[in-house]
Design a protein. Structure first.
Length: 356
């Protein structure tokens, strides 16, 4: 999938885990998108959505996640080390970037044996207070990237390697000039220019069943004259059953098309919140309380910068009140210029190029 010019560029391998959604893959794609023409990104993904990696023009290999595998943790780590070793020997990376919560033994072993690549650990910082600290030393890595939330500025927490540590502003998959405006996005999605559209992106449902909440919100939003589109993700263990008339949508990156919609109902994962900050679509956040990161706190921070409502939407009354407030925001909000620093991906790209 690479032309001759790209094969002469230094290789950066991106290894993303498979979380409850596609956030880790999206973060790596954000970094890779900023390296175009300056490095050759190659993916090693535990998320099965390889078509999205290829669709953005990048090479990639897939290994089934340990949590979807029948192998024991020890056997899976051995297979991981072997597969990564084969990939390293084939593409000869200068840098290996791991994006995930817990660096695997197989990854650390493969990097040590290969011995010719700088190593990077990219991870979130906004975890719940009871989150158990990962017993893996950051000194295993040349560079540690902490993904900052809204309001975070670029900062160097530790200057010297190993474990040079930087905090970066929020990361977005797409550059601002790659987003479609309202009219262009609706045209590409086949939507009417004068329609009223709501986009639902409540997550794949792997950790939390969103069927009841989704169905209730669909009723509320539809009764107010909106047509509903529901995002489908290829890593879902089973698709959420949709009522008649609800259009499933499977596009990536979603941020490219987000301005086609009048309102959004979404979980508060890191990448989605960054996309809301970038697109500024009025949003109802339904935080997922079963994941490790603190989605409720993140949603509250984002709501101070963009038109947003936060609600668990567990009851009929909660859903009614939340949608009333969301519709009011959509009717009375005029999109303004984005004053939030969203340069995290650009900052990371420069850090990676320095390692190269």
């Amino acid at each position: 999938m690479t032309d001759s010019a790209e094969k002469d560029l230094p290789v950066v391998v991106f290894f993303n885990i498979n979380g409850s959604g596609m956030g880790h893959m999206s973060t790596c794609l954000a970094y890779a998108n900023r390296l175009r023409g300056r490095a050759r990104p190659v993916f090693f993904s535990l998320a099965s959505a390889m078509e999205f990696i290829h669709g953005m023009g990048f090479e990639g290999d897939y290994l089934v996640s340990r949590f979807w595998s029948r192998a024991s943790a020890w056997d899976w780590d051995r297979e991981l080390a072997l597969r990564l070793g084969l990939l390293f020997e084939h593409v000869r990376p200068k840098v290996v970037v791991f994006d995930g919560t817990w660096p695997y033994r197989g990854l650390l072993h493969a990097c040590r044996v290969y011995g010719e690549a700088r190593t990077v650990w990219s991870n979130l910082v906004l975890y719940k207070k009871d989150f158990r600290k990962v017993p893996v030393s950051e000194t295993n890595f040349d560079l540690v990237i902490r993904l900052g939330e809204i309001g975070s500025a670029f900062a160097v927490e530790r200057e010297h390697r190993p474990a040079r540590t930087v905090v970066v502003p929020p990361v977005t998959v797409m550059k601002d000039d790659e987003l479609l405006d309202r009219r262009s996005a609706r045209r590409e999605l086949g939507l009417r220019e004068d329609g009223r559209y709501a986009l639902f992106s409540l997550g794949p449902g792997n950790l939390k069943d969103v069927s009841a909440i989704g169905a209730g919100l669909i009723d509320e939003v539809s009764s107010r004259g909106y047509e509903v589109l529901w995002t489908r993700t290829p890593i879902s263990e089973s698709d959420v059953p949709l009522p008649d008339g609800i259009v499933p949508l499977s596009v990536f990156p979603l941020a490219r098309y987000m301005r086609a919609f009048d309102i959004l109902a979404s979980a508060a994962g890191y990448n989605t919140c960054c996309e809301v900050l970038q697109s500024r679509v009025p949003t109802l956040f339904v935080p997922n309380t079963l994941v490790a990161d603190d989605q409720a706190r993140r949603a509250a921070m984002v709501a101070r910068a963009v038109p947003a409502v936060i609600s668990p939407c567990e009851s009929e009354e909660e859903r009614r009140r939340a949608v009333d407030r969301l519709v009011s925001l959509a009717d009375h909000t005029t999109p303004d210029a984005n004053a939030v620093d969203l340069s995290g991906a650009e900052r990371v790209a420069e850090e990676l190029l320095q390692l190269v």
